[in-house]
Structure formats: C-alpha cells, structure tokens
Design a protein. Structure first.
Length: 119
C-alpha cells in the first residue's frame, strides 16, 4: 500500500497535515506532490500496489485541478480536504468520490483515525 499526499499549501496547514501523515505511514511508503503536474505524472505510472491519496485542495483552483485529473484517480481510495464549507465546493468535492471528506480548517484528528483504518 502506497500513500500519495498532494498539497500546494506550504504554510502551517500543509506542514501540520504532513506531520500527521508521517506519524502513520511507514517510511518509504509515502510520496508528497506539490504540483498537479507532479501528481499527474505519478498517477500515469503503472500501479503495482494499491494506493491511498490524501488530496488537500487549499483553494478552489486546486479543487478544479484535481477534478481535471479525476479519471486518473479512479480506483484510488481518496481522503479529500476541501478549502471551505461552501455547498458548491462540497458538491464538486463529491465528484472525486472520496472515502472521507473534511475541511482545511479541521484539526486533522479524524484523518489519523481514517487513514489508520485504511492502511
């Protein structure tokens, strides 16, 4: 099982989530991608193992970028972090069919539990 972490957030929120992931994911089983291009290239590589993706859409533009590659995300278990609680944003987020959905302003405690179960 491999974990892909995507965020363009370089501030406190992205670092805090990275620390949460690092405490759960075994060393060498996680990859961090900071651009949609990098994530896209990775998703185009052959898959030999199942993948879990933690996708943090820091802005609505990030969410639209993720929606543009949704075909590459098929068959991947997704934990999605949305930038806001706007009904339109939530509706767009559900297009990616995440296993778990939360928000950028959460404490990420739920992600620890969900990710632990998924691994």
């Amino acid at each position: 099982m491999n974990l892909l972490f995507y965020t363009t957030e370089k501030e406190e929120t992205g670092e805090r989530l990275q620390k949460v992931i690092d405490t759960i994911v075994p060393k060498g089983k996680g990859e961090t991608h900071r651009t949609i291009k990098s994530l896209t290239q990775r998703l185009r590589k052959p898959r030999y193992d199942s993948i879990i993706a933690v996708l943090m859409a820091s802005t609505r533009e990030d969410l639209y970028d993720l929606l543009s590659i949704r075909d590459l995300l098929r068959g991947i278990s997704i934990i999605l972090i949305l930038p806001d609680r706007n009904a339109d944003t939530i509706s767009k987020g559900h297009i990616l069919r995440p296993r778990f959905l939360t928000y950028k302003d959460s404490n990420f405690g739920e992600i620890t539990a969900v990710l632990g179960k998924m691994l």
